[in-house]
Design a binder for this molecule. Structure first.
Ligand code: ZN
Length: 301
């Protein structure tokens, strides 16, 4: 499963390398996430913000195959939000309840903290090919996602960071714009420069206002650094799930013989058993004959 939109991250530095900046357009990725999981608007926004932030934090990892997982457990009616991104600009995500039966907007804004909840934690896990993945948990600040990611970056990674990410959902539930920026201030910047950057960021329109008016990720960076910045690269981003029929088969085998026999019985009338990937809703079908074979193999194992 792949999305084919002009979604990418512009990665840049400014002020002699003392500022790291990332701007992203992720409209196609978020639209496809929403379609795959049939999310209600406020959940689309919450999951989309998390996926957009994860894509940026993913490309901060040193290598393409390194993995970053963001898990938000806010105690809200949407349940847990989980996204995984890698260093190559690929992301996938899921939410335990995509269609919570609560008002999706409040005061004309999508009710993201209302569906995510604000009483809980954000857990960040990084798998960088070491024996143990690194994991860190912070309390949620607002349940609006962007602020929560900024708090994590400042608190846990000790890098003061401005995070602005948004998702604009149309009346019909489709995604018109998604994306934003993360700007990180490294030690050594003068107070004057920090003040300048902060005032530029405070004066920025909402990320989706910029994207809807046609701003590219580079245009967003130009608004933040009018005196110029150095563009390092443009990284295409996409929704991608590494699931496959082979992986589904291995997952089935792990369930053990008894569970397989039960599934075979349940699927007997249809003539097949379906294994559905939680992350992307892809369905892998195994005929009764194939189930028999798996059961036979699990007996031998
Ligand atoms: Zn999948």
């Amino acid at each position: 499963m792949d999305s084919h939109h002009d979604d990418y991250i512009a990665r840049a530095t400014a002020h002699d390398g003392l500022v790291r900046a990332f701007a992203i357009r992720s409209t196609g990725v978020v639209e496809e996430l929403a379609t795959r999981h049939q999310t209600y608007p406020a959940v689309t926004a919450g999951l989309g913000r998390l996926a957009s932030g994860a894509l940026i934090m993913g490309v901060m990892l040193k290598q393409a195959e390194h993995l970053l997982t963001l898990r938000v457990r806010g105690g809200g009616p949407a349940g847990t939000l989980l996204v995984t991104a890698n260093g190559a600009g690929e992301v996938r995500g899921l939410v335990s309840n995509p269609q919570p039966d609560v008002p999706q907007s409040r005061n004309g804004k999508l009710n993201v903290s209302g569906v995510v909840g604000r009483d809980g934690q954000l857990t960040v896990t990084k798998d960088m090919g070491m024996r143990h993945p690194y994991s860190s948990t912070v309390e949620l600040v607002s349940g609006e996602v962007g602020e929560d990611l900024a708090y994590y970056l400042a608190r846990s990674e000790q890098v003061p960071s401005a995070v602005g990410i948004g998702v604009f959902v149309r009346e019909d539930g489709s995604v018109e714009a998604a994306g934003g920026y993360i700007v990180q201030l490294l030690p050594g910047l003068s107070e004057e420069t920090v003040g300048e950057i902060e005032s530029k960021i405070r004066a920025l329109p909402h990320p989706t206002t910029m994207l809807r008016s046609g701003d590219s990720p580079e245009d967003i960076l130009t608004r933040i650094f009018p005196a110029g910045y150095e563009l390092l690269d443009r990284i295409p981003v996409r929704l991608h799930c590494p699931c496959s029929r082979e992986r589904a088969e291995r997952a089935l085998m792990l369930l053990g013989r008894e569970a397989l026999e039960e599934m075979r019985l349940e699927g007997l009338e249809r003539g097949h058993t379906a294994a559905v990937c939680q992350f992307c809703a892809a369905e892998y079908r195994f005929t009764t004959a194939e189930m028999d074979e798996l059961i036979e193999q699990s007996r031998a194992a």
